[in-house]
Design a protein around this ligand. Structure first.
Ligand code: HEM
Ligand code: HEM
Length: 286
């Protein structure tokens, strides 16, 4: 096989499952959340009608929110396994080099610099996106908690915190949806169709443009040294008990979050089911 026909392994099955779960939960939350924010517009009330009415739309939003929180816990477990057990390099951590790469890419796109930056496993754009999702999810979980449990929230925060949380939750939703539609869709669909999150691998051309440094290492045969079974066993003996305790605590926190009270704010008024009473004519002359 020629060098250029070669595919480069990038994402294992766990990475791909994490991404699919994020993609599905985020999309459902956007589709059920945004029309509630713009409920006065005809398109939004039409969308809510298509989803079975406001009550069902809210219930779907709540179920997808629970699934997003579970996905986040799973991602936390998978990342800590990679860091503490497999001891992989922290390739998603941002650094000064990313700022330099970003400036060089901008200069190159404007024709001011001759060559594009040569980047590692995760380039500056991917790091910005990843950390924006982490930050965005934290905001949505905190403000989502306040909208879901307004009475509990106002026991330790002033009442104005609830409309403020609603404004922050709605604005962050619009920001996140727009950044996925513009930035992420451009990078993974329009620039070229990057199938790596589904197939697991990238082409030579894509590696060369987006991860030239990593490609250089792969081609030079730089590999992580294998972990001996005894060392692996020792690390797992620490990892599993700690991971189980933290996961059970977080699952209990999610359960507490969603069962604390049943007074989630109503973004738009509930629709009462109309009761049709047959009109009985008033007897005349009685
Ligand atoms: C774990 C995360 C989340 C939780 C707990 C959560 C919870 C809630 C709750 C309780 C409401 C109030 C209405 C209702 O009861 O349905 C709401 C509204 C809303 N949610 Fe979420 N949500 C989460 C994530 C998201 C995400 C990721 C998006 C979009 C990207 C989103 C978009 C919206 C929007 C736009 C509204 C309407 C806000 C308004 O009327 O101004 N939510 N959410
Ligand atoms: C149909 C929709 C989507 C497709 C086809 C897609 C595709 C991809 C691909 C191919 C990558 C790997 C890029 C690389 O490193 O080579 C990726 C990464 C990623 N995706 Fe998606 N994605 C989609 C939707 C989403 C959504 C809705 C979110 C989150 C809200 C998301 C969040 C991420 C994040 C955080 C990464 C890692 C950082 C990065 O590589 O940019 N994706 N996606």
């Amino acid at each position: 096989m020629s060098e250029h026909a070669r595919e480069y392994f990038r994402f294992n099955i766990s990475h791909r499952i994490e991404h699919i779960l994020l993609l599905l939960t985020f999309t459902v939350l956007t589709v059920t959340g945004i029309p509630q924010k713009y409920a006065d517009a005809a398109w939004a009330s039409g969308a809510i009608g298509l989803m079975g009415g406001i009550e069902l739309t809210r219930q779907i939003h709540h179920v997808a929110a629970i699934l997003l929180m579970l996905t986040t816990i799973y991602h936390g477990g998978a990342v800590t396994y990679r860091i503490f057990v497999k001891r992989v390099r922290l390739t998603m951590m941002p650094g000064l080099q990313d700022v330099k790469d970003g400036l060089q890419a901008m200069g190159y796109n404007m024709g001011l610099v001759k060559s594009p930056p040569r980047m590692g496993r995760y380039n500056f754009g991917e790091k910005v996106e990843y950390w924006a999702v982490i930050w965005g999810t934290a905001i949505m979980v905190i403000t989502g908690f306040m909208l879901w449990n307004p009475i509990a929230t106002t026991k330790f925060l002033p009442g104005q915190a609830i409309p403020a949380a609603k404004a922050a939750h709605g604005a962050e939703a619009v920001l996140a949806a727009l950044s996925i539609i513009t930035w992420h869709a451009y990078h993974v669909h329009l620039k070229w169709f990057n199938k790596s999150m589904f197939t697991g691998s990238l082409t030579h051309e894509q590696m060369e443009e987006e991860h030239a440094l990593e490609l250089e290492e792969i081609e030079a045969g730089v590999e992580e040294p294998p972990i001996s079974p005894a060392v692996m066993r020792r690390r797992l003996m620490v990892f599993y008990p700690v991971a189980i305790v933290i996961s059970v605590t977080l699952l209990a926190a999610v359960y507490w979050f969603v069962t604390l009270e049943e007074t989630a704010i109503t973004t738009i008024p509930r629709q009462d089911t109309p009761v049709f009473v047959p009109v009985t004519p008033t007897p005349e002359g009685g």
